[in-house]
Ligand binder design. Structure first.
Ligand code: ZN
Length: 202
């Protein structure tokens, strides 16, 4: 199995086209949709879309270990669950390149070291700003925390609405998908999982 670090260098591994090439591709998609990329309202659109993509998919340019490198050891003996909940995120499904959005609830049980709390939200962004499935994103967050923080346990719950389901196909608006991943102590303990659900949903 490839390691997380190998998987994470997408942009380096696959090479990135020039901005001009990206803009030409957007012009093609505009024509594919049925419109004229040369009409006034659309002239600047390919450039805007190309620039927006750099931001929306900026997660390929940051490795999770950069965010998780700085930890703190002085926690006054704290050893219970740390839960950061209701972290909003936006991502794009890798099947249709259409957005999905939702909230992440992430807990870990420290093993002497803790993370700055904002780092957890940044970690979510790194993986959200890539082409994703919700299942893979859930697993990647759990694996990155396990690999780089080495806590006693990790729990991740994502709750998201997929626009590809709301806008096309079966058109079920408001339906959300929940995915979970448990590592370490959480894997073995139904009691810990229950506490996580209770705190995350309260
Ligand atoms: Zn989709």
């Amino acid at each position: 199995m490839d390691t997380l670090s190998q998987r994470d260098c997408g942009s380096i591994a696959y090479g990135r086209p020039t901005a001009e090439e990206a803009e030409a591709a957007v012009r093609t998609l505009i024509r594919w949709a049925g419109d004229d990329p040369d009409r006034e309202g659309l002239l600047e659109t390919p450039g805007r879309v190309a620039r927006a993509y750099r931001e929306l998919f900026g997660g390929y340019d940051i490795a999770p270990e950069e965010v998780l490198a700085k930890t703190f050891g002085d926690v006054g003996g704290y050893s219970d669950m740390v839960l950061v909940k209701s972290i909003p995120f936006f991502s794009h499904c890798e099947h249709h390149m259409v957005p999905f959005k939702g909230q992440a609830h992430i807990a870990y049980i420290p093993n002497e070291r803790v993370l700055g709390l904002s780092k957890i939200a940044r970690l979510v962004d790194i993986f959200a700003r890539r082409l994703q499935t919700q299942e893979a994103m859930t697993a990647q967050i759990a694996s990155a925390l396990t690999e780089f923080l080495k806590p006693r346990g990790v729990a991740v719950l994502l709750d998201a609405e997929h626009m590809c389901m709301a806008m096309r196909g079966v058109q079920k608006q408001g339906a959300t998908t929940v995915t979970t991943a448990f590592k370490g102590d959480f894997e073995m303990s139904a009691a810990l999982q229950s506490r996580f659900f209770l705190l995350a949903r309260s």
